[in-house]
Design a protein around this ligand. Structure first.
Ligand code: 13P
Length: 253
């Protein structure tokens, strides 16, 4: 039985005040909930503040990206060791916004995945197709190529200690949530692909859905057998919405 995860991705949002408000509320929600892993991924500059507010609580947290290097002349980057030092559990890698705006290739994402794991962070690997690729029926092909880059570099066993987030790019921030049927089919396809390498790893890995997942759409999405929770953008910035999404995951735990 896979334990659901509900994880916020704040993206480029937040102030010291909003971080305080959100983390204080989510610490309480996470503390009251033993059935779901609750986490937030914050802009790197706020991770120290999240650490102070979440210390000793059940709320886990992480970064939205990570560099492949441990240290050195890489101006502006944050190493996985630095993020780990602030008590983080997770690092998102390969978010479509990084792939699109920062030209991160599948190979670059795989290097980040590896660096995160080597430094004790659990990578949250984002995969998913564009609208054009969806229209051309290439969804699984795209997802498989994104997964294969990780398998080639790290081996299938690496997914024993990682989370996958399927995020169709056309659903992110658009309000066009994938239907539960579409999402379930892709999640099943992802799991079947991993099964062709190692059935035990495929059965154990948690695959989250992301893309306009909100209080309304979460219950039916989370009821699907291969959807193990959500990676939540906009709705993770609002206490009542994120709390309702966690409740939806709890009902299906
Ligand atoms: P939205 O929930 O705002 O669509 O964002 C999803 C996402 O990109 C999470 O990583």
């Amino acid at each position: 039985m896979r334990k659901p995860v509900v994880m916020g991705n704040w993206k480029l949002n937040g102030t010291k005040d909003s971080v305080k408000e959100l983390v204080t509320a989510f610490v309480k929600v996470a503390g009251d909930n033993k059935k779901v892993d609750v986490a937030v991924c914050a802009p790197a500059i706020f991770i120290g503040q999240v650490e102070s507010l979440a210390q000793g609580s059940d709320l886990k947290y992480g970064s939205e990206d990570v560099d492949v290097h441990t240290k050195g002349a890489f101006t502006g980057e944050n190493s996985p060791a630095m993020i780990k030092e602030f008590g983080a559990t997770y690092a998102i890698v390969g978010h479509s916004e990084r792939r699109q705006y920062h030209k991160e290739s599948n190979e670059c994402v795989a290097e980040k995945f590896k660096a995160a794991q080597e430094n004790g962070l659990i990578p949250v690997l984002c995969i998913g197709e564009s609208e054009a690729e969806y229209d051309e029926g290439k969804t699984l092909e795209v997802c498989q190529a994104e997964l294969k880059a990780i398998i080639d570099l790290c081996g299938i066993e690496a997914f024993k200690n990682a989370i996958i987030a399927y995020e169709p790019i056309w659903a992110i921030g658009t309000g066009k949530t994938a239907t539960p049927e579409i999402a379930q089919n892709v999640h099943e396809g992802i799991r079947n692909y991993l099964k062709s390498f190692n059935a035990e790893v495929a059965d154990g890995v948690r695959i989250l859905y992301g893309g306009s997942c909100n209080a309304k759409t979460a219950p039916e999405l989370f009821a699907q057998k291969d959807i193990d929770g959500g990676l939540i953008g906009g709705a993770s910035l609002k206490v009542p919405d994120f709390t309702a999404i966690i409740e939806a995951a709890t009902a299906n735990a």
